[in-house]
Design a protein around this ligand. Structure first.
Ligand code: HMG
Length: 388
């Protein structure tokens, strides 16, 4: 029996800020942001969108096409939790009008949460092949206005349906993973803004990649030439390339060219959206599948997942015959093109208008454009959502 990704969908808010304009406003050379970091636009979430609404919107890309009675679990991977107790998954289940006879829960380990959810889903389907799992990775990356991490913010979600006999990608049971308790990035519970040890986090990302790749090679016998592409967690589009470059000399020229070109295609969406934490690796995967015309069934894809704190994992997937029929690249391109550009002051205003860390009632911006799922506000300390 094969198990893997049967459906995949994405969502990012309707607003973005142009990073050349942000650079000018911060008195930075725009080439630092565009070339040095590798980001040209950054998604900005209005107050009426959070991880719940974005998760529901990403899943709604395919939910009407699947048999929802077969869904055994909804798992949300996130590090932007909206409650210390209740999971986003049970609200997503409600907003999507899914049946009750399923488990719903949330997983946290920084950007690794999406992969942790995917692996839990794979293991569940292995025991229950007649059921499926809805996995959603949803996050809003915030470091603060004019902070060192500002250029690496972003917002969005990727949803995946995991099933037996998947129609897009077969997931292999070949993971190599490492967990080490380090302080490269974290978010204290009193704030929605992360603390990052910028340079140290970059170094650790590369170190984890090198370590899990070495273990993976030793355990599986695979080398770079076996892969059509290697996808990376993308906190910003230069980051994965920093890691890839350290191993490319192991490969012949044709392999190097192929991996470089597919890396470039895989970063297209992230370059316009920014870091979506748990979903970033999978946004890169979607960007690759949507954009690479030379991929074919049977191609092996490598996946490097990294979540600060930190966990690193390398695993592989194989493209399934007819995978391209399950994708809608034009819709994704059109969606990104149709977004509204914010001036830097308008971005700053939207950034600061957030559900407060207090017991006060709060109303989100009624004029903000959202998906059909919307956070209207907080009343008596309860978040209120609508499916409009
Ligand atoms: P910084 O200090 O602003 O940037 O921090 P820099 O001075 O290191 O410059 C960045 C690059 O721009 C350099 O290139 C410069 O040379 C280049 P590199 O040496 O890296 O190849 N540069 C220019 N290029 C062209 N023209 C110019 C120019 N000027 C400079 N004029 C940093 C950047 C990413 C560290 C910062 O934004 C940050 O702290 N971000 C947040 C942390 C982060 O994203 N870390 C990534 C690894 S950890 C991770 O992936 C996990 C994470 O997703 C969280 C989770 O797991 O939950 C973050």
């Amino acid at each position: 029996m094969t198990i893997g990704i049967d459906q995949i969908g994405m969502y990012s808010p309707h607003y973005y800020v142009d990073l050349a304009e942000l650079a000018q406003a911060r008195d930075v050379d725009p080439n630092k942001f565009i070339i040095g970091i590798g980001q040209s636009q950054q998604a900005v979430a209005p107050s009426a969108e959070d991880i719940v609404t974005m998760a529901a919107a990403a899943a709604s890309e395919f939910i009407s096409k699947v048999d929802t009675n077969k869904i055994g679990m909804v798992i949300v991977g996130t590090e932007t939790g909206i409650d210390a107790s209740k999971s986003a998954a049970v609200i997503v289940q409600h907003l999507l009008d899914l049946p009750e006879n399923m488990r719903t829960y949330e997983i946290k380990q920084a950007c690794y949460g999406g992969t942790a959810a995917l692996m839990a889903a794979r293991d569940y389907v292995a025991l229950h092949p007649d059921r499926t799992v809805l996995v959603v990775a949803s996050d809003i990356a915030r470091y603060g206005l004019a902070s060192g991490g500002e250029v690496t913010q972003g917002a969005g979600a990727v949803a995946m349906l995991v099933s037996a006999q998947p129609r897009i990608l077969e997931l292999h049971d070949d993971s190599q993973f490492i967990s080490r308790d380090i302080a490269d990035f974290w978010r204290p519970v009193y704030t929605d803004m992360a603390i990052a040890m910028g340079k140290y986090s970059n170094e650790q990302y590369v170190q984890f990649f090198q370590d899990v790749w070495a273990n993976y090679k030793a355990a599986t016998g695979h080398d770079l030439a076996d892969f059509a592409a290697i996808n990376f967690h993308l906190p910003y589009t230069k980051m994965g390339m920093k890691a890839l470059r350290t191993v490319l000399p192991q490969a012949d020229e044709a392999t190097q060219n192929r991996l470089n070109e597919h890396y470039r295609i895989a970063t297209t969406y992230s370059r316009r959206i920014g870091n979506i934490y748990t979903g970033s690796l999978y946004l890169g995967l979607m960007s690759l599948l949507d954009g690479a015309s030379d991929l074919k069934a049977g191609d092996l894809l490598g996946m490097f997942s990294y979540g600060s704190g930190a966990v690193g994992e390398f695993f592989s997937m194989t493209l399934v015959d007819g995978y391209e029929k399950q994708l809608s690249p034009e819709d994704h391109e059109a969606f990104l093109d149709a977004r509204t550009k914010l001036s830097v002051p308008a971005y700053e205003q939207m950034f600061l208008n957030k559900v407060p860390y207090s017991a006060a009632d709060y109303s989100t911006d009624p004029a903000a454009i959202t998906s059909r799922f919307r956070l209207t506000g907080v009343k008596d300390q309860q978040r209120k959502y609508v499916n409009q």
